[in-house]
Design a protein around this ligand. Structure first.
Ligand SMILES: CCCCCCCCCCCCCCCCCCCCC/C=C/C(=O)SCCNC(=O)CCNC(=O)[C@H](O)C(C)(C)COP(=O)(O)OP(=O)(O)OC[C@H]1O[C@@H](n2cnc3c(N)ncnc32)[C@H](O)[C@@H]1OP(=O)(O)O
Ligand SMILES: Cc1cc2nc3c(=O)[nH]c(=O)nc-3n(C[C@H](O)[C@H](O)[C@H](O)COP(=O)(O)OP(=O)(O)OC[C@H]3O[C@@H](n4cnc5c(N)ncnc54)[C@H](O)[C@@H]3O)c2cc1C
Length: 647
């Protein structure tokens, strides 16, 4: 039977309304219609074709990215998705998503503009934002240096105030202070928000943001004192190599005083440092914003991989043929289901968690405007923790989907190698995932230690208020179906997280130097932070597979016993059987076009084999029957063998 028939048959098995689910996935009917319209618009535009990307060299690839970005911007203007004095419309973000090629525009719109919006004064915003909104200047976010990324307080670039000229002198005092990594910096950006140590009259006031012009707006050459370039090829072939991650050094570059971003703190004409009545952590605000975006994006990347692996698993058959009948679809193997279906569930779970985090972020932003900073620590912990949890799970999930597709998953035409290569740096950028989990752990330990002082835990740590009860808890699950009750799962996750946090806090208290204790117990603290972040996911959606995966934690903390663990596993198997007939329909609900998926294995029509065969012949190696180099390198070998044979 051809693949085409397999998927039609699968779609008929669905036990729910796929069109309704498309709307659930999109968020609303309006969002669905928007995504559907923009994805088709991109798919039908030849400039946005991407099937040729894997074969392009770096220079061609980069030029191709510039072309796409320019064309995308033209469409944004034509479709009026950007106003002269306002940020982009949601359609523009969709357009970027479906074009599916990282570019300098991500950093311009995703970090440069938000940094000015969040850290610039009203005057600074009025001056810079209209230019940035019209893309008359192109900006990037230059924070990381060759020597320091995670340790922001360790940055070395200096911005020294010169009271004689009312300027800052931006300087790179060491090799390790070279800015290193900023996307869009290498070849495109005309401006950057540069993070540097503020020095006034010999005193160091720590890291602050400054708007610095890097290149001439006429001929694009670097301005005097500025050395700038690309840092070189990165992991994967096309993948993130469409981006010009850059290196930048300053040799005493002067900028006017009013180009320091001064919402959080100011430097007066007289060189006086004034700190507003706001937490200094607001300087980190852009990172919080982007971490929230990264969480929202995790479900997109994971769902793409899952869509490919699910459709292909329904098309692929191996073993089990009796009397010349059909072989078994690999999706029917229980091992395939136990690897694939939790990822399918995770993609949905991350979708809902992303929505919840957007709500939390919006709420915090509103409070900040009203000068209420009380929820900032919670927002930092949630964005950092969920960024870490979802990107780790998504990167691992994409790789698992590649394996689920067997050998063909390793072909670029499966779409999975490039998806993995482009996604995996999300575990590092915007905060290394372990470093971020340690931030969550600090927040949790602080919460536990403040319980004795009567401080009531709020937000996602509110469950800690029931600490006594959670420390007494033992699951009362008696049969497999009991694990279907959301409250039963939730309580087990709460008790596990609470016990792991309390154990860490107790062990920490044995150290006379808390910082030394924190370093020594870091691995346990990371585990406790993971348990807490998983609880956040579970409290937004139901997730039994996580319990099974981390059974060791639940049993060792005494929340459940081994028998209850086996019952969870039994229930999980029941759930896999229920998901099985709906699997293809559940991934159809993502409504991805074949252009966006970019995968022969994940084609909507399931017509995998003929298309794989056709695609192989398009490889440049097949342009000639006898390869280049035959005469120089193969023929002499063959002749050599002949001579040996004659001897
Ligand atoms: C071709 C197509 C074209 C289409 C065009 C059309 C239109 C285009 C539209 C495009 C739209 C695109 C949108 C895309 C989105 C963006 C994509 C982004 C891509 C990503 C690129 C990557 C960028 C980067 O990586 S930038 C660099 C990031 N760097 C980091 O993350 C560094 C990590 N380190 C830290 O964050 C900190 O230093 C940290 C957290 C480790 C703390 O270190 P510390 O030294 O211990 O901390 P300290 O400074 O002393 O402070 C401690 C104190 O502060 C609290 N804290 C820390 N961080 C925060 C925070 N962020 N917010 C609030 N509070 C914070 C911490 O809890 C401590 O508190 P206390 O305990 O109370 O003291
Ligand atoms: C593709 C890509 C794009 C990027 N884009 C930008 C950009 O646009 N702008 C920008 O400014 N930056 C950018 N970055 C830089 C990025 O933000 C940093 O690489 C990231 O924050 C990690 O910092 P690091 O490289 O210093 O890692 P390191 O901190 O050196 O990490 C190395 C190892 O040390 C461990 N480690 C570090 N500190 C601790 C600790 N306290 N406790 C335990 N373990 C620790 C980490 O877990 C990791 O295993 C980008 C990076 C990448 C890969």
């Amino acid at each position: 039977m051809e693949g085409v028939d397999h998927l039609a048959f699968e779609r008929n098995k669905a036990q729910f309304d796929v069109d309704e689910m498309k709307i659930v996935w999109a968020g609303s009917r309006e969002d669905f219609e928007l995504s559907d319209r923009i994805s088709r618009l991109v798919a039908s535009d030849p400039v946005f074709r991407k099937d040729d990307r894997a074969a392009l060299g770096r220079k061609e690839l980069f030029k191709n990215t510039l072309r796409k970005a320019a064309h995308a911007w033209k469409r944004v203007i034509e479709l009026r998705l950007s106003g002269e004095f306002s940020a982009l419309e949601p359609e523009a973000y969709k357009l970027r998503a479906f074009v599916d090629q990282p570019a300098f525009t991500d950093l311009h719109w995703g970090m440069f503009v938000p940094a000015i919006q969040g850290q610039g004064t009203d005057e600074q915003q009025q001056k810079w934002l209209p230019l940035a909104y019209r893309m008359q200047i192109i900006g990037c976010y230059a924070q990381t240096e060759l020597g320091h990324g995670s340790n922001v307080q360790g940055l070395e670039t200096t911005a020294t105030f010169d009271p004689k000229t009312d300027e800052f002198v931006i300087h790179s005092p060491t090799l390790t202070s070279s800015k290193w990594w900023p996307g869009g910096l290498g070849k495109v950006s005309t401006h950057a928000v540069v993070y540097a140590r503020l020095i006034i009259d010999g005193q160091d006031y720590g890291v602050h943001g400054f708007i610095v012009q890097l290149r001439s707006l006429d001929d694009h050459l670097p301005l005097p004192g500025i050395t700038i370039g690309d840092i070189g090829m990165k992991f994967g072939n096309a993948a993130y190599n469409t981006m010009d991650n850059g290196v930048l050094t300053f040799d005493h570059v002067r900028i006017p005083r009013n180009q320091m971003l001064m919402r959080v703190s100011q430097v007066t004409r007289e060189g006086k440092y004034v700190h507003s009545n706001v937490p200094r952590q607001l300087v980190y605000g852009t990172m919080v914003y982007v971490r929230q975006k990264i969480v929202a994006d995790a479900s997109v990347a994971l769902s793409r991989a899952v869509c490919i692996a699910t459709r292909y698993s329904a098309v692929r058959r191996q073993f089990g043929s009796h009397n010349g009948g059909l072989e078994t679809q690999v999706i029917d193997y229980k091992t395939q289901q136990s690897r694939l279906f939790p990822l399918l569930a995770s993609a949905y779970a991350f979708r809902f968690v992303g929505e919840w985090l957007l709500w939390l972020y919006t709420d915090v932003t509103e409070r900040l405007k009203a000068k209420d900073f009380s929820t900032l620590p919670e927002a930092h912990a949630c964005t950092a923790g969920l960024k870490s949890l979802t990107t780790t799970a998504t990167a691992d999930g994409i790789e698992e989907c590649r394996k689920l597709c067997g050998g063909h998953g390793y072909l670029c035409s499966s779409g999975l190698p490039e998806l993995f290569a482009v996604y995996v740096p999300a575990c590092t950028y915007e905060g290394d995932n372990i470093v971020l989990l340690l931030q969550v752990a600090r927040h949790l330990v602080k919460t536990v230690s403040q319980l004795s002082t009567g401080n009531k835990p709020v937000g996602t740590t509110a469950y800690m208020a029931r600490l006594e009860q959670l420390l007494q808890y033992h699951s009362d699950v008696k049969k497999a179906e009991d694990w279907l009750k959301p409250n039963v799962v939730l309580e087990a996750f709460e008790a596990r997280a609470a016990r792991m946090c309390v154990a860490c806090a107790q062990n920490l208290s044995k150290f006379s130097n808390p910082e030394e204790g924190f370093q020594e117990l870091a691995a346990d603290l990371v585990e406790a932070a993971v348990a807490h972040c998983q609880l956040i996911v579970v409290s937004n959606v139901y997730a039994l597979s996580l319990l099974h995966k981390h059974l060791g934690d639940f049993i060792s903390t005494g929340c459940i016993d081994p028998k209850q663990g086996s019952l969870a596993n039994e229930q999980l198997r029941n759930l896999y059987s229920q998901v099985r007939p709906n699997a293809v329909a559940l991934v159809d609900a993502y409504n991805y076009t074949d252009h966006y998926l970019g995968s022969i294995l994940g084609r909507y029509d399931g017509n995998v084999y003929p298309k794989l065969y056709e695609e192989a012949w398009k490889d440049p190696l097949n342009d000639s029957i006898v390869p280049d180099g035959f005469k120089e390198y193969i023929q002499p070998l063959l002749k050599q063998q002949l001579r040996n044979a004659r001897l």
